[in-house]
Write a protein that binds this ligand. Structure first.
Ligand code: PEP
Length: 253
């Protein structure tokens, strides 16, 4: 099955309404690169406004609560972000795990809730440098996924995985293409075993961790890399679009 590369910007806790011009610029330029699926996940406060700007790009959220409603001051549930215009949600990001103690079990509950609300999900996984240096990276990531993966028959339309080695996020360091290929291959094997090869083939595995226009082409040409989850470089339309162009060119190659 031919699926388009997926380039997703994670704005994290960045952006006020002044960022809407960047969203508009990304959206208008993305219309020239239809071989690439482009999306951004702004903070909650901008989801509705970015959704109103977006003619082409997908708009998503960076987290949601696992419940449907109720007494959870400050939290936002999946149906609320869908109502604001989000079509997908990023779950299990390492910053949520580190800052808020999120476990794989909690991430799984959030995923089930998001799917029930009709959202697509980007499930993040990734190891620390200590885990990689100890030679346990693959086991660690597969354990994260075994607990967090949702139980459904055909995930192809709804699920994306993002492999993001924690030590590569926001540090300027990236994993080697050999390491990325090995980890993505191991994740694909797990998806094949969990959902069957046909259903698994529609699940894209993104790489995340200091992806920039300068390194995007090499990363995106690596086997089993179906796109990128981009933090810092997604905050300016110019650098984010450089990655979109690289994805489009790697499709042509
Ligand atoms: C991220 O946090 O999802 C990410 C990949 O960040 P950066 O691109 O800044 O490393």
């Amino acid at each position: 099955m031919a699926i388009r590369p997926y380039i997703v910007g994670n704005w994290k806790m960045n952006g006020t309404r002044a960022m809407l011009s960047e969203a508009r610029a990304i959206d208008r330029a993305a219309q020239r690169y239809m071989k690439v699926e482009v999306a951004v996940a702004p903070p909650y406060t901008l989801i509705h406004a970015v959704h109103r700007e977006a003619e082409q790009i997908g708009v998503g959220a960076q987290d949601c609560h696992p419940g449907n409603e109720g007494a959870h001051t400050g939290d936002i549930c999946a149906s609320m972000i869908a109502d604001a215009g989000a079509k997908f949600v990023i779950l299990g990001h390492s910053e949520r795990r580190q800052d808020h103690g999120e476990t794989n079990k909690l991430v799984n509950a959030k995923i089930e809730s998001a799917l029930d609300a009709g959202l697509r999900v980007i499930l993040c996984c990734g190891e620390t440098l200590e885990t990689r240096d100890a030679g346990d990276a693959e086991d660690f990531v597969l354990r994260q996924l075994k607990v967090a993966l949702p139980a459904f028959a055909d995930p192809s339309e709804r699920l994306t995985i993002a492999y993001e080695p924690i030590w590569a996020i926001g540090t300027g360091r990236t994993a080697t293409v050999e390491d990325i290929a090995a980890m993505h291959g191991a994740i694909r094997k797990l998806l094949d075993e969990t959902y069957g090869e046909e259903a698994s083939s529609g699940v894209r595995i993104l790489y995340g961790g200091s992806v920039k226009p300068e390194n995007a082409r090499e990363i995106l040409s690596t086997p089993e890399v179906g796109g990128a989850l981009v933090g810092g470089a997604s905050l300016s339309a110019e650098s984010f679009l450089g990655i979109v162009v690289a994805a489009s060119e790697s499709e042509d190659a």
